[in-house]
Design a protein around this ligand. Structure first.
Ligand code: CO
Length: 459
């Protein structure tokens, strides 16, 4: 059996370990080598890369993509997309989603991994459709979580719907790194059983220490592609190590298409970069270690640290145990949303508030209100109707796809920006991150004017 690898060092490893702060100058040189490794794909764009390029690195994210494309002509380039939310947390109108997907593909993306935090497939349909129309591979991703409504049957049903929608591959996306080896084996087996020809991907994180075991069990159950990171950028909150998993699977007799010598070259290149970030403090040793709190408390690591920070700020860290008991109750009231951003914050803050106020739902955040109004999509389970009535009063929750209520935005924004935007890609940068993009455009213009002045003097 053949097993393929997706290398995540440029996107998820970069995002999980060093908050996506690696500028392209740091890794430009290694791109031709990455192109020779034999990866199924190179995850290099989307997620937080776009925001980080504009906000912190003074880099045009589209230019980054084109640079990687030019240097890696033989490897499929992959990005992560939050369905109708694109790269953020709000819903965009369909014309913007279509344009974003179209231009991502035009600028070099081959595979778009598309997910919705609630697994409400209405929120990925347009992005999937446009990905296929643009000639790229649409990979539908399940946001993995455990709850009484997240059964194997329901996951298999989701996968069947994704296939009907046109998804060419399916990814089990365990953003919190909580999937166990047995859960992995059972889930991969169930999906493979129902959809034997559908290429299946496992994406997990080493946070709790489960990931190395889980990828092996995934492969044993028939998983086709696994996400790994070059070893010096692996482990902790990142993915399992590419070379380690390669050696283990090779010995087990699996057919692998990676060039092990090139894998070493890649890792040798990134090692001093990793050390630099460790020395500067951007990479914290804690991020590279195993943390089993998520297994103990049944909440993802990031959510737990947010909860503790929130209680600490209110001088109430001694109420942590109560807040942790309240957390699953709030989650149940909200219909068991997967505990990923922004739902993890929403549930955590509400649980802490319920405990600190001393009365449940006396104060309800505007995010929870919007959620109960149906603005994020459909909850996986039943929401507490009494709570919904208490919060919404006479207001009826939205039952349609939220984006159906939104007016087209692209042409309007393009007209508004005028020549501040030099191309349609600029318009999309602006729609995704207005203030940040505006600053970036301004800095770019100042730089160009400086260059122009200098050129005139020289001439
Ligand atoms: Co991830």
């Amino acid at each position: 059996m053949k097993v393929n690898f997706t290398e995540t060092v440029l996107r998820d490893a970069n995002q999980s370990l060093i908050a996506t702060r690696m500028p392209i100058e740091k890794f430009r040189e290694i791109l031709p080598t990455l192109d020779k490794a034999g990866y199924y794909s190179l995850e290099c764009w989307g997620g937080a890369t776009f925001d980080s390029c504009l906000r912190y690195l003074n880099e045009d994210p589209w230019e980054r993509l084109r640079t990687i494309r030019a240097a890696c002509p033989n490897t499929k380039l992959q990005m992560l997309l939050r369905g109708q939310n694109l790269l953020g947390y709000k819903h965009y109108p369909d014309d913007v989603v279509r344009k974003f997907v179209e231009l991502s593909v035009k600028n070099g993306i081959d595979i778009i991994r598309i997910f919705d935090a609630l697994n409400d497939l209405r929120n990925i349909r347009v992005a999937v459709d446009q990905t296929i129309k643009s000639g790229a591979i649409a990979s539908g991703a399940i946001s993995y979580t455990t709850s009484p409504v997240h059964t194997l049957e329901n996951y298999v049903k989701l996968c069947k719907e994704m296939k009907e929608m046109g998804c060419q591959t399916i990814c089990i996306k365990d953003m919190a790194g909580v999937i166990t080896p047995k859960e992995t084996y059972d889930l991969v087996s169930a999906i493979k059983n129902a959809l034997p020809d559908m290429p299946l991907i496992l994406h997990t994180h080493c946070t709790t220490g489960m990931a190395f075991m889980s990828v092996i069990k995934a492969v044993e159950a028939g998983c086709d592609i696994i996400d790994t990171a070059t070893s010096c950028f692996s482990g902790g909150t990142s993915q399992p190590a590419t070379e380690t998993v390669y050696d283990a699977l090779e010995q087990m007799g699996y057919e692998l298409s990676l060039d092990r010598k090139v894998l070493k070259e890649v890792n040798d290149f990134f090692k001093p970069i990793r050390d630099e970030y460790l020395a500067s403090g951007l990479l914290k040793p804690k991020a590279m270690a195993t943390d089993t709190d998520a297994l103990t408390y049944k909440v993802p690591g990031g959510m737990l640290s947010n909860l503790m920070a929130q209680l600490e700020a209110m001088n109430a860290l001694d109420r942590l145990d109560e807040a942790l008991i309240e957390t699953p109750k709030v989650r149940e009231d909200l219909g068991y949303p997967p505990l990923v951003t922004p739902m993890s914050q929403m549930v955590g803050v509400q649980a802490a508030t319920n405990v600190l106020v001393g009365e449940r739902y006396k104060n309800v955040s505007k995010e929870v209100k919007a959620y109960l109004r149906g603005e994020y999509g459909k909850a996986p389970g039943k929401v507490n109707e009494a709570l919904q009535k208490q919060v919404l009063g006479d207001e009826q929750p939205v039952t349609c796809r939220y984006a159906d209520l939104l007016e087209p935005e692209f042409e309007k924004t393009k007209a508004k920006l005028g020549d501040i935007a030099k191309c349609d890609e600029d318009v999309l940068s602006y729609i995704a991150f207005p203030q940040v993009a505006e600053k970036f455009f301004e800095a770019r213009r100042a730089k160009e004017e400086n260059v122009a002045k200098y050129t005139i003097v020289e001439a």
